[in-house]
Design a binder for this molecule. Sequence first.
Ligand code: ZN
Length: 642
Amino acid sequence: MKNLNQNAQSSENKNESCKSSISRRKFLTVAVTALLMISTLMQNLALAQSNMPGLDAADKINLKGEVMLLPFDYKNVNLGSSRWRQQYQSARDFYLNVSDDDILYGFRRAAGLDAPGAPLGGWASNNSYVIFGQWLQAMARTSYANDDSELRNKAVKLVDEWAKTLPANGDLNMHHYPWEKLLGGLSDMKQYAGYDKADSLMEKITDWAIDNLDRTRTPAANKPWELHSGVTLEWYTLSENLYRAYQLTGNEKYKEFGDVWRYDSYWNKFADTSDPKDAQGVHAYSHCNSFSGAAMAYLIEGDTKLLTSMKNFYDFLQNSQVYATGGYGPAERYVFNDGALGESLTTRLDSYEAPCCTWGAFKLAKYLTMFTGQSRYGDWMERLLYNGIGAALPIAENGKNFYYANYHLGAGMKTYASSNYTCCSGTYFQNMAEYQNLIYFNDVANNALCVNLFLPSEVTWQPAVDSTGPITITQQTNYPEAEAINFKLDMPKSVKFSLKFRIPAWSKNVSFKLNGSAINVEVKPGNWAIINRNWKSGDRIEMNIPLHFRRSPIDKWHPNRVAVVKGPVVFAQQIVHKHMISIPPNDESLNEWMVPTDNPAVFQYEGQEQSSQRDDFMPFYKFNEMRRYRMYFDSELRNILW
Ligand SMILES: [Zn+2]
């Protein structure tokens, strides 16, 4: 066994030198080191911006927020074959095939133009503004990521045709929610689709909005009911895309208008605590989404108070709001931290607004990963990938879309929303586009590539130091239905750098092999494991994450109300009509109790009759429409059958 960590210099070691007696020479060394660290962070930012296509304002804006890890340019990562790739592919095919005339119908009619086709229906009956901007964003990103000219051409045609319906004064006759999505979509058309006319369209709709959008800005409150999303509706989500437009263009107008929609009154509730007593009862998705505005404000201004609030808000969600799936927000609200989440399992069927809330969560966790450099935020991305958006029903004909996931105690079922083309049909596609951007991060300061998600994929990476050309890393795995994750490296010449692997907080005994031989790597759950060496083409790393069953109690008030989780995946029981069973009282007996079957994803409990019943356990993501399941169990629940 070889120790490959000897060259990894931790930041703790660097800080040690600050504590020793200060000679002038040492003081200078420390000062120079600090300057170097700052300049490395600036290099990170500069690299981030130079990596972003269409970011012609990169040299005009001085971003002050620290960026520790960079996301990858979408097109440097490809998804390999997996159910997640299939999910993405079927979404791409669905949205590509929605009729352009139908999408444009309401816009053309309102402008008095010839309007062939028909309204999309559902939430997009009048016009498609509720999803138009989000679709543009997803089309721009996925077409860029996959060099998909068919999808790009569709997005360009949609914007060209929509622009013909835009009056000279930019009057869109629209409210805050769709306006913000539209600005985001146009920004992405500029950044990822290379669409030249985006600039003038962004400016035109913003000039109109500056003069016309209602600035009432009443913060959300838990009562009266109408205030859960604030007045006007979700106004506090506008700043993120305005700040992005500023980052893209350097035009101060977007920054100033972004400042108008800051939500400091809510962000500040988390300035000193992750358990504020007055943050509940408000709309779950949009309040999570508003922290993406705080993230962009932090990136631009560097005010660490904003970052602290983001971190505390994240802990608030993890400690008091999330189910075993990672989902949050029963009835689309945050609950009081007093056992209400456990009680929601008996009172609500609308447990999690899966596509929208996953989108808000992906963005928050991605910003936090970038700003802190920590791996812990990836654990939430992973849970939501498998149990949140990855467990959603696919978007289907006429815009039928999945909205709420149902975690009701004792029994649930996946169904489509009663209305078509809801908000969730917009975020569903945005989530798919994001898969490629969450798997890897670039750690420029440590000359390292971070593996955040374990998904079949290929990444092309250029190390910051000692590089002779791009390095390609191929990841192959059947995780989370198998424990082995294989990486193969290809590069023109031997190069020294680090690979960092996210070690999930729930994991135990994660191990590594290099070219078939076990190696000694320091592994701490909730942190990165680092392998630093001189790599050569053909090197192979095998990571093994043991996957065991464990009980996941809903909250401390309901210790016996549990879901069954294996690794990052929530399992549910298929139910036909057999009596409800009790989950064993501890993890050890649970693991003895779950018996593998021929299908690696399916388990039967000990003593179960094999052929006559179908109450096996399998991942929640495997359940299709209208198939009943049991996700949460409670040993204290009365058995009402006999
Ligand atoms: Zn939604």
